[in-house]
Write a protein that binds this ligand. Structure first.
Ligand code: AHG
Ligand code: MN
Ligand code: MN
Length: 329
C-alpha cells in the first residue's frame, strides 16, 4: 500500500503542496491521538467560552484549533489560517504561498458520546499581487481551492483528499502513516438514502418540504421508490458515507434566524466538501446554484448546502426551480 506522500509525488503534485498536506496531517494525527484517549486525557466537556458564531466551545474544539494553528503557522509555506474557532484570520509567514481554512473539529456535539467527528480543511493560494495581510486574501470562491479534504476520526481515521484531480482516501495505520486505501472515489449517480435534520421541517422553504415529503411517500409517491434516512449530526461522517456509497446530504436554508442562511459555513465546510463531492462525480449546491461559485463576503459566512449523488441533487434543484422561494435576497 502506498504512503500518502509517495502517492502525491507519484502523481506530480506540486512539491510545496505535498509538504503542506504532510504538515496538516501531523496536526490531524495529534488530534486523532487526543481523541483516542478521550476521557483519560480529560478532554471531554465544554469551555467557558463561545466562538464568533455564539456556539459553546468544546474543550476539543479549542485543543484541535490550537494544534492546527501551531503546526501550520510554524511553516514557511503558510501565509495565514482562518478557523471556525478564530474571530479573525491569523497570519504566519509573510512570504507564505498558501492560505488554509479549517473547521478544527466538525460534529463536536458528538465528542462526549464517542461518535465520529472530523477535521475539514481547504487550501487556497495567496492571490498574485496581493497586498498586506487582510481577510480579503481569503475571500476567494471555492473553485480556486488548490486542495481540500477532511480527516474522519471514526473507528479508523481516514483522510479524504482532493488536489483537483479526483478523490483518494488514506487510512491512518498504527505506524502513524496514512496509506492509500481507496483510489479515484466515484459517487453513484442515483441513490435511495437521504440525510437531513427533520426537526427543522417547519422552518424550511416550501420546495424543501415538498421534496422531502415526496421522498417520505416512498414507492407509492411520485419518486416511486422507498428511501432510507440517516442523521449523524457530523458533516464529515455524512459526507464520508455519501462518498462511500452515495446519498444526498442537506443542511438547507431555514427561517429560524434571518442572519443565518443555513447552518454550515462556506469557507471551511461548504467549499472543501463541495470540491470533494464534485471531484468524485457528485453535485453540490445551495439548492439554486453551485456552492463553489459563491462569492464569499466574509470568513464565517453561512451557506445552504445540498450535496451528493448527482441525479438526486439535480432533482432537488428542480423542486427549487419549480416552487416560488420565500428567501429574501
Ligand atoms: P460543528 O460541530 O463544527 O459546529 O458543525 C456541526 C454541523 C455539522 O457537522 C452537522 O451536520 C450539523 O452541524 C448538525 O447540526 P444539528 O445539530 O442542527 O443537527
Ligand atoms: Mn462543523
Ligand atoms: Mn467545528
Amino acid at each position: 500500500m502506498q504512503l500518502l506522500s509517495a502517492y502525491l509525488k507519484h502523481h506530480d503534485t506540486d512539491t510545496e503542496l505535498v509538504e503542506l498536506i504532510e504538515i496538516l496531517m501531523v496536526a490531524c494525527k495529534e488530534i486523532a491521538l487526543q481523541l483516542r484517549e478521550g476521557a483519560l486525557a480529560g478532554i471531554h466537556g465544554t469551555t467557558e467560552d463561545t466562538n464568533i458564531q455564539g456556539e459553546t466551545q468544546k474543550k476539543l474544539d479549542v485543543i484541535s484549533n490550537d494544534i492546527l494553528k501551531e503546526v501550520l503557522l510554524g511553516n514557511r509555506l503558510v501565509r495565514g489560517v482562518a478557523s471556525e474557532e478564530e474571530d479573525n484570520p491569523v497570519f504566519g509567514h509573510p512570504e507564505g504561498r498558501f492560505l488554509v481554512t479549517f473547521d478544527p473539529l466538525d460534529g463536536s456535539s458528538n465528542i462526549d458520546i464517542n461518535v465520529s467527528v472530523g477535521t475539514i480543511f481547504s487550501i487556497l493560494e495567496v492571490p498574485e499581487g496581493a497586498g498586506e495581510d487582510s481577510v480579503d486574501l481569503f475571500l476567494q470562491p471555492g473553485r480556486r481551492q488548490v486542495a481540500a479534504g477532511y480527516v474522519l476520526y471514526g473507528p479508523s481515521a481516514v483522510l479524504a483528499l482532493t488536489t483537483g484531480t479526483g478523490v483518494n482516501m488514506f487510512t491512518l495505520a498504527h505506524t502513524g502513516d496514512f496509506l492509500l486505501t481507496r483510489e479515484n472515489v466515484q459517487i453513484p449517480h442515483s441513490t435511495k438514502e437521504f440525510a437531513i435534520n427533520m426537526s427543522n421541517h417547519r422552518h424550511w422553504e416550501p420546495a424543501m418540504r415538498n421534496y422531502i415529503g415526496d421522498l417520505l411517500a416512498g414507492a407509492e409517491g411520485p419518486r416511486e421508490k422507498n428511501y432510507n434516512m440517516r442523521w449523524i449530526a457530523s458533516m464529515v461522517a455524512e459526507v464520508h458515507r455519501v462518498l462511500t456509497r452515495g446519498g444526498i446530504f442537506t443542511y438547507p436554508w431555514d427561517s429560524r434566524d434571518p442572519r443565518k442562511p443555513g447552518k454550515l459555513r462556506l469557507m471551511y465546510e461548504g467549499n472543501p466538501m463541495s470540491l470533494l463531492i464534485e471531484q468524485a462525480g457528485g453535485r453540490s449546491t445551495t439548492c439554486y446554484s453551485d456552492i463553489l461559485d459563491v462569492d464569499p463576503q466574509n470568513i464565517h459566512q453561512r451557506v445552504a448546502v445540498a450535496l451528493g449523488s448527482k441525479e438526486e441533487v439535480e432533482t432537488l434543484m428542480h423542486y427549487h426551480q419549480e416552487t416560488p422561494s420565500i428567501i429574501q435576497q
